[in-house]
Design a protein around this ligand. Structure first.
Ligand code: NAP
Length: 290
């Protein structure tokens, strides 16, 4: 299939490589053009503008935040300027309002729109083991099925309205952040009582807390692997702000969210923008005098 791919950051470059490996014809665009080099060496074609990348059947965006997606879709040389009218597959974690705006804009332009945010860090993206949460018109989802199969271990179809996928992604990231905070607090309590963090983690993840989120982040917390970031703290803060906007709009009460945002702001202020979002565990330690 002819696929355009826009956004070659940590996640996007890994996903695009898997599309090339699966035999798709891939045109790539990235704001910083040097990031296209490895993909071109692997067999992709470099597009000069987002509109050129959107010349095939499908165009994927995997970008940092709402503003980046708006720039590559609605900009002068953006996806909507392509006469091809492709199906736009948005894999970035974006807000619900933007998903609604994209749905309407593509429908108005005669193209399709599928929201397909993913769960999994860059190592899962490299291994083609992401979980894809997809929503959109049934015909568009059927076209995208081989693309999703090339990048993920499982695709969840959650309805015809694209924003449903974004709601689920934001709920998931809120729960990951809350899980990291609670695990960090438990580890600090254990350590201050002379119990090794690794021993606590082994008991928890071998009994009631065997979920991947506790195993993955538990290891990161025990070994304090906060740099290089797999998911940078400013992106985590961006997601908690998107959850906040969704909660305000829906009048959903989420008191724990305020704590998580504050911990992320403190982690960034103390340790810089390069740390992983799980560095909120350092804040928990510091606030307890560790
Ligand atoms: P990243 O490594 O920081 O990559 C961000 C990408 O967005 C880069 O291609 C960057 O271009 C581009 N970008 C940023 N601002 C832009 C702008 N104004 N105009 C055009 N392009 C712009 O981030 P990532 O970790 O790959 O994350 C990408 C998305 O996936 C985010 O929405 C994130 O929340 C989501 N996500 C991440 C993870 C994870 O574990 N990392 C997991 C699931 C979902 P440059 O190269 O020019 O900077």
């Amino acid at each position: 299939m002819d696929i355009g791919f826009i956004g070659l950051g940590q996640m996007g470059s890994a996903i695009a490589h898997n599309l090339v490996k699966a035999g798709h014809s891939v045109a790539v665009w990235n704001r910083s053009p040097e990031k296209t080099k490895a993909l071109v060496e692997a067999g992709a074609r470099k597009a000069e503008t987002p509109a050129e990348a959107a010349g095939g059947k499908v165009v994927v965006t995997m970008l940092a935040h709402d503003a980046a997606v708006e720039r590559v879709v609605f900009g002068e040389d953006g996806v909507l300027a392509s006469p091809a009218r492709p199906i736009h597959v948005s894999m970035s974690t974006i807000g619900i309002g933007l998903a609604e705006r994209l749905t309407m804009a593509h429908a108005g332009a005669g193209g399709g729109f599928v929201s397909a945010p993913v769960f999994g860090r860059p190592n899962a993206a490299e291994a083609g083991k992401l979980f894809v949460v997809a929503a959109g018109a049934a015909e568009a989802l059927a076209v995208c099925a081989p693309l999703f199969a090339a990048v993920g271990q499982r695709t969840f179809t959650v309805g015809e309205d694209p924003k449903a996928a974004n709601v689920i992604k934001l709920c998931g990231n809120y729960m990951i952040m809350a899980a990291i905070e609670s695990l960090a607090e438990a580890m600090t309590l254990a350590a201050k009582n002379g119990v090794d963090k690794a021993s606590l983690l082994e008991v928890l993840t071998s009994t009631l807390f065997s979920a991947p989120v506790f195993k993955t982040y538990g290891e990161i917390l025990v070994h304090e692997q906060f740099k290089p970031a797999g998911f940078a703290a400013p992106l985590g803060l961006k997601d908690m702000n998107l959850v906040d906007a969704a909660a305000l709009n829906a009048k959903a009460s989420m008191p724990v969210l305020a704590v998580l945002r504050s911990q992320l702001v403190t982690a960034i202020a103390r340790h810089g923008e390069e740390v992983d979002w799980s560095a909120i565990a350092k804040v928990v330690d510091e606030n307890s005098g560790v």
